[in-house]
Design a protein around this ligand. Sequence first.
Ligand code: PRP
Ligand code: HPA
Ligand code: MG
Length: 191
Amino acid sequence: MADGSWYDADIDRVIITEEEIQEKVRALAAKVAADHADATDGLLLVCVLKGALMFMADFSRALGRLGPPAELEFMAVSSYGHGTASSGVVRIMKDLDRDIAGRRVVVVEDIVDSGLTLSWLLRYLESRNAARVDVVALFRKPDAVRVEVPVRYVGFDLPNEFVVGYGLDYAERYREVPFVGVLRPEVYQRG
Ligand SMILES: O=P(O)(O)OC[C@H]1O[C@H](OP(=O)(O)OP(=O)(O)O)[C@H](O)[C@@H]1O
Ligand code: HPA
Ligand SMILES: [Mg+2]
């Protein structure tokens, strides 16, 4: 999708358009709102930075119109570094700032690829005694899974290819691209 931006030359093809993403985010928010309408003390949304930043911003605003009330929390974890495969080691770059014991938590994640990040995170949140933990993930790669994780809400299933955009990076770049696409092979050869 050439739109005259600096990244046009780097994108091989678009997989999910900006419009498709926005429509799906609203649909996911409607499902979460309906399922959690009885959450009397509201939801604790836990955004998994950095990748989920765009999804968290759009999802929380869509949920905001519907309820229940939400508190927004952030964790930063990393396992990909500058590569295109999981290192298998999940590192916490920023922990939660507050106690989640007894709270209904919704983990807001951009992508479930190998499943290693989420599997680690779910164990971590359970060890902190959340009352209930649901996961909403905008993207999932069913053919890449190495660890099965219970993801209650999924936006799109993707082919098993490395993708960028809408928060997803390659070597910290392309997060601001508004759609999700695949990079041209030359981009990886630049080093
Ligand atoms: O299912 P997995 O194979 O574990 O992959 C999914 C995770 O990997 C990415 O994070 P990354 O480690 O790249 O950190 P980032 O969000 O800061 O880019 C992505 O944002 C997910 O959190
Ligand atoms: O396909 C991907 N792209 C960017 N970051 C990722 N983290 C896991 N999978 C991916
Ligand atoms: Mg990354």
